[in-house]
Design a protein around this ligand. Structure first.
Ligand code: DP6
Length: 360
């Protein structure tokens, strides 16, 4: 599908008012998206576990305006209170989606949103937040074009979510989602995420992710700024090739459940992501001392016990501790005894691979 395929035909009757409610999960990338081109097009494909309990719940209320103008009117509320801090991001989002949903300029919107994780936790809420809002807008489109097929609905939601935040394209479906055109992944596209279409060993369907909150503060460098620093980065071409190779290397791993190979690929991706940050111009560092201490403890625990546990990182200091369901009791006892002391105020979130967004 091309961008043109996402432009709807002439709208029939527009509903006067209504609402849509969607809960969308966060996700954690195994092969990382880092670097993008104009129009939120990724420079390499990525693949992620969809999470389960870390999610954003959004209600979108809409009402026809007396007169259409160039842009929709909107107000944003977080936990029931006005959230002017989100205004600019959502304004830019509406501007980007306008060619693909021209009818939004006929409406005034209220966006009521809440996160199931503490929003001070520092874990990225832009993926789940943008995915939930995109689903609500796809819902409005379905109200205008009632014949919209379920697959088209899902694709459109992911397409719109991508325009809000790249990784949000992977927060619509579960349990493993691929985003980015890649020769060996049938149906893959730069424009939207798809459920991983190849064989997946059941061990990956119930993976656990304990998110260790090392630093809950505001990040010094946003993801968007970090992506931009991949332009002209001395190692960019090699990195983009490596990510594509990793997508290929994961296929037999996902099929056969080789956890040793999974661990070394996933940890290499995490450290490469941060290596790209450290070698950007200007360079920057998002890991904190506790990030490294946790990584070393995880390596030590794996060496001593043989449990197939590993870590990954997103664009921040927090650590995602990944392990199969079978290891849960031993891995979580280890978290409590050895990792929680490195977390800010001992905070951590227990999550697992989930099935994707739901309406409520
Ligand atoms: C390191 O999706 O937050 O988490 O498209 O600018 O909103 P924007 O960036 P964003 O970048 C995510 C980067 C990452 C890797 C990943 O999720 O693949």
């Amino acid at each position: 599908m091309t961008e043109k395929d996402f432009i709807p035909g002439p709208a029939g009757a527009l509903p006067e008012s209504g609402s849509a409610r969607w809960q969308a999960p966060s996700n954690i990338a195994l092969v990382k998206y880092w670097g993008k081109k104009a129009g939120q097009i990724p420079t390499n494909p990525s693949v992620s576990f969809t999470l389960d309990s870390s999610a954003t719940r959004t209600e979108l209320r809409y009402r026809r305006r007396d007169q259409a103008s160039g842009a929709p009117g909107f107000e944003v509320f977080l936990d029931g209170r006005p959230a002017p801090g989100f205004r600019e991001k959502i304004r830019a989002f509406f501007e980007r989606i306008l060619p693909y949903q021209p009818f939004v300029s006929e409406y005034d919107f209220e966006v009521h949103t809440t996160n199931t994780f503490p929003h001070s936790s520092g874990i990225a809420s832009s993926a789940s937040g943008m995915a939930a809002l995109a689903l609500c807008l796809a819902d409005l489109e379905r109200a205008i074009f009632p014949g919209m097929e379920p697959e088209r609905f899902t694709r459109k939601a992911s397409f719109l979510a991508r325009l809000g935040s790249g990784s949000a394209a992977r927060s619509i479906e579960g349990s493993l989602v691929h985003w980015g055109q890649h020769g060996s992944i049938p149906g893959s596209s730069d424009l939207y995420g798809i459920r991983y279409p190849l064989e997946l060993h059941p061990v990956f369907e119930s993976y656990r992710d304990t998110i260790l909150l090392v630093d809950k503060g505001q990040k010094q460098v946003s993801s968007t700024a970090g992506h931009n620093l991949m332009k002209g980065h001395p190692f960019a071409a090699e990195r983009f090739k490596q990510a594509r190779d990793h997508i290929d290397a994961l296929q037999p791993i996902f099929r056969g459940g080789d956890l040793e190979a999974f661990i070394s690929l996933v940890e290499s991706e995490a450290l490469t992501l941060h290596a790209m940050m450290m070698t950007s111009d200007p360079y920057f560092l998002l890991m904190k001392p506790a990030t490294l201490q946790i990584i070393e403890r995880i390596w030590e625990f794996r060496r001593e016990t043989g449990e197939p546990v590993c870590f990954t990182l997103d664009a921040g200091a927090n650590v995602h501790f990944l392990y199969p369901k079978e290891s849960e009791a031993r891995a979580y006892a280890f978290v409590r005894e050895q990792l929680v002391p490195f977390c800010e105020e001992g905070q951590h979130l227990c999550d697992q691979v989930g099935k994707g967004a739901v309406s409520f």
